[in-house]
Design a protein around this ligand. Structure first.
Ligand code: UT7
Length: 311
């Protein structure tokens, strides 16, 4: 059995705060509608910074607040569906900006809003197999240029940002995962020929409120625990109503759930990374705690992990 240790954490946001009232000025919407339907109050759009700039900022902050030397990092994973280039990857760019080269493996993971959960799985597998000793796992998204600002049902939802964790192996730790895909390219997609996010919101909503509790129950059963035993639940931040519905079905007390969708909107593959970095900063993720993370989104992908935070 082997788990993960969190050795460092870092955050970055888009450079422009966009409130619901700002959106009221350009589309037919209202602050009250957005808050009531999603819980979102504002989001960051990145005007000056590209995806790599945010990933680099989060990565450098993670290194700064850890005891890890940059040269210890031997795997860089960036969870993103919005890389600046088809190739090279954002992960290669981060390696370049950290002056890393020989002995480092770099790759982007595109699993949309399940990205960070899939990234945790890959990091853990690489650490457990000893193929890696120190993983820099980043979720970074610049979604704003891909928004159709004439589609009020989708453009109000998303934002830009990055969250990074530096992970090491915890020989004594627990780590379980469950995941899946229900292939669909019509409900939620972004086509290269017309690169704008397109979504049938109600169908995604129904998928999420059904799959999230199911996959969390499954991963908790693998970990031999119930919601009572888990200290922290970290959901992909898409919509407060989805989180609250899952919490009600699983009978999770409010104080175990971390929410920041109010401030960021939906940052897709970055959202769980941003949550975890903020939780570390606030002292909400401590060694020995049992944590469940759950992501869901385009693909349609879904996944959950259960792990203990290593010493
Ligand atoms: O990471 C995963 C990605 N996505 C998600 O998790 C999204 C999941 N889905 C949702 O969160 C919800 O479906 C939305 C928040 C996107 C929409 O909420 P809804 O309750 O499903 O609204 P709806 O699409 O059924 O629309 C209800 C009404 C419609 O008006 P009429 O036809 O009833 O007159 C829409 O035109 O709300 C209208 N509407 C808006 N009104 C004001 C849709 N968007 C807006 C808006 N402002 N931004």
């Amino acid at each position: 059995m082997s788990g993960i240790k969190i050795l460092g954490y870092g955050l970055s946001q888009g450079d422009k705060i966009v409130s619901n009232s700002d959106l009221e000025k350009i589309i037919d919407t209202s602050d009250s509608w957005i808050r009531e339907k999603t819980g979102i109050e504002r989001r960051f759009f990145s005007v000056e910074k590209n995806n790599l700039d945010m990933a680099e900022e989060a990565a450098k902050r993670a290194v700064e607040n850890s005891d890890v030397k940059v040269c210890d990092i031997d795997l860089i994973l960036v969870c993103t569906f919005t890389p600046d280039y088809a190739t090279p990857s954002v992960a290669c760019g981060v390696a370049g900006r950290l002056n890393l080269g020989k002995g480092v493996m770099c790759m982007d993971i595109n699993a949309a809003c399940s990205g960070f959960v899939y990234g945790l799985n890959i990091a853990k597998a690489m650490l457990e197999s000893k193929a890696s000793k120190c993983v820099l796992l980043i979720g970074s998204e610049k979604i704003s240029p891909l928004l159709n600002m004439e589609d009020r049902s989708s453009c109000i939802l998303f934002g830009d940002g990055a969250g990074a964790l530096i992970l090491g192996a915890d020989e004594e730790g627990l780590f379980e995962s469950s995941s899946g895909v229900l292939y669909d390219d019509e409900i939620l997609f972004c086509d290269r020929s017309n690169p704008k996010v397109s979504m049938r919101g109600q169908e995604v909503y129904r998928f999420a409120v059904n799959k999230v509790p199911e996959i969390i129950r499954e991963v908790m059963a693998k970990g031999g625990c119930s919601a009572e035993d888990v200290d922290r639940f970290v959901f992909h931040q898409a919509n407060l109503r989805i989180i609250d519905s899952a919490a009600a079905k699983l009978k999770i007390p409010e104080n175990k759930i971390y929410k920041n969708v109010q401030n960021y909107g939906n940052t897709s593959g970055a959202s769980i990374g941003i949550c975890m970095a903020e939780m570390m900063e606030k002292g909400l993720l401590k060694a020995g705690m049992k944590v469940v993370c759950c992501g869901f989104g385009a693909g349609l992908t879904y996944g959950a992990t259960f792990f203990t935070v290593g010493e």
